[in-house]
Write a protein that binds this ligand. Structure first.
Ligand SMILES: Nc1ncnc2c1ncn2[C@@H]1O[C@H](COP(=O)(O)OP(=O)(O)OP(=O)(O)O)[C@@H](O)[C@H]1O
Length: 347
């Protein structure tokens, strides 16, 4: 008898991700082969780490990694991050370490982090977690770090992006591959959360339910427990899949528009490198706004603090010109129209 269908599904997803990782990993060696003077940068047996909270998604991921990695000659390890946000979180982290070791993973490490306040509790915990995972990946010379985000997480991310009202880039959710050198991989992005949970049950894997995930103080938690169920009731069960598909389509569109904006940018700058308002005016708004956003970031505006409304205001210097004054942007950046040119610089 084969494995439970949910177990088969998680293993297939991980196997595909590992094949991709191996292909990418072998690329530098192929290069070294073509240029005999160069040596391969990576050790022969790649290490893949799973980032595991102890929850159902990442426990399922860890079990599938432990099963699939040895068959492909990959070493498999695991990291759990202790955010220190609840009493006893260190004991829970120790328990996750134990479980990962029981699965046969090595090395396994628990990392305690200090969560700051910047951007709210969810964002601060995420920043601290990724910094710890980045450092662990470097320390162990890991080729990749697997994350357990599912299709449901993706649907939630798309809705959060939609509610921000800042265009298709924020609808494009999480990428299957991201981070430095494509370090982070999300093999479960096409898989629903229930499948991961069922796979844990089928393998008798104990899972830990993070109380934060059910805490209505958190936006994502409200979306998960109230928003999405209401949407499913109104629009049908397929809405999660449709939202996840929207992420992929939006990502492709956003990438294409970014590329268009990169190409168009050279043609709207004069010999001195200043942006020409008449030429900007002739561009489609989506392309023009991307050029304006990039110019503001180049001038020192922090990307995370630069919102759609800022760019719209700068855009009005081009499309709704009536002699308005300089526009103040985050990071003390100022945008100003001067004699048919748009000047964006530190104020
Ligand atoms: N404390 C942690 N330590 C290590 N990795 C983590 C931790 N928290 C989250 N992750 C990683 O980030 C992914 C997404 O985390 P998120 O908090 O959005 O979901 P989650 O509901 O906690 O997921 P899970 O069911 O796997 O616990 C997890 O699947 C896991 O890979």
């Amino acid at each position: 008898m084969g494995p439970h269908p949910a177990v088969a599904a998680i293993r297939l997803a991980v196997r595909r991700a590992l094949h991709d990782i191996l292909n990418d990993h072998q690329a530098p060696r192929a290069l070294a082969g073509r240029h005999p003077g160069r040596t391969a940068e990576r050790p022969p047996s790649p290490l893949v780490l799973v980032a595991c909270s102890g929850g159902a998604d990442s426990m399922a991921l860890a079990s599938a990694l432990a099963f699939e990695a040895p068959k492909l000659g990959i070493r498999a390890g695991g990291i759990t991050v202790d955010h220190g946000l609840q009493p006893g979180s260190d004991l829970r982290a120790d328990e996750v370490v134990l479980r990962l070791r029981e699965l046969g993973l090595s090395p396994v490490e628990s990392i305690a982090v200090t969560v700051g306040r910047e951007g709210g509790p969810e964002a601060a915990a995420r920043d601290a977690r990724y910094a710890a995972l980045d450092a662990a990946a470097e320390r162990h010379d890991a080729t990749a770090v697997l994350l357990g985000h599912t299709r449901d997480d993706q649907a939630e991310t798309v809705l959060l992006g939609l509610a921000r009202g800042s265009g298709i880039r924020s609808l494009s959710g999480m990428a299957a591959v991201s981070g430095a050198d494509g370090r982070y991989r999300r093999p479960f992005l096409q898989l629903d959360r229930q499948t991961a949970r069922k796979a844990c049950m089928a393998q008798a894997l104990p899972v830990w339910d993070d109380p934060h995930n059910a805490d209505p103080a958190y936006t994502r938690s409200r979306l998960r427990h109230e928003g999405l169920p209401a949407l499913e009731k109104a629009l049908g069960k397929g809405v999660v899949e449709a939202l996840a598909r929207t992420a992929q389509l939006s990502r492709d569109d956003a990438d294409a528009l970014d590329a268009w904006a990169s190409q168009a940018e050279a043609s709207v700058r004069d010999a001195a490198g200043l942006l020409e308002c008449a030429k900007l005016y002739a561009l489609p708004p989506a392309v023009r706004r991307r050029i304006l956003r990039r110019a503001a970031i180049e001038a020192g505006a922090p990307a995370g603090a630069l919102f759609a409304r800022h760019i719209e205001e700068v855009d009005r210097l081009i499309t709704g010109w009536r002699g308005q004054g300089a526009i103040n942007l985050p990071g003390k950046v100022v945008a100003q129209r001067q004699g048919g040119r748009l000047v964006i610089r530190q104020g």
